[in-house]
Write a protein that binds this ligand. Sequence first.
Ligand code: SF4
Length: 231
Amino acid sequence: MKSVTVWVDGNTSVEVIEPKDSRAVHLTVDGKLIRTTPGKSLLEAVWNRPGIGNIPALCYHPIVQSYGACRLCTVEVEEQGRTRFVASCLYPAKEGLVVRTDTDRVRQLRKGVLELLLARCPEVKVIQDLAIEYGIEKPRFALGVQDCILCGLCVRTCRENIGRSAISLVNRGIFREVAAPFYAYELGDGCVGCGDCVYVCPTGALKLGPDGKPVLPKVHIPRPAAEGLLR
Ligand code: SF4
């Protein structure tokens, strides 16, 4: 057995007696030693510890599997003498890992991502707030009119939690969007109207319609142009 002092949040540390056969994982996040269970990602390890780590994430939700779409949760990890940048929602918490969540380089990477997101969705409040936090006044790119960041949370919760797959991400590049089967924009019988997809949407792009089923994000690329280019 050994005794370790670990932080449970930014202000509170406790002493833990670890049994010899303990499988607990200990890692240092921004200078604070924390203890977590095997199998968790870095983001999951700090998610409910206020005051430890500063990791924004738009495509993460604890009720679905992580996907690493938005890359805002990028952190710096130091392991076996090497430093690198990883998506914390996908990177496993490992014994002895040193994690830095708010360095200049990390902030610079997130700022780049946020600039693109703000250019795509300039009216989305959660992105506006993050952009201000990261010092972006105006993106250098042409402004879009989207409100969906294609994080896929709606698609994942429908499939993983509801077991329906009533919506999916279709197409590639600028034509990528959320659609119902057969490229329909109205949801059919596959949708049970549970509202889970609306609940997890981080930007408010999905809303419940009068029939209790979600209204899919508006498509802002004229359909004929899209069809011409996709042929
Ligand atoms: S409301 Fe419909 S599309 Fe949304 S999660 Fe539920 S079944 Fe899937």
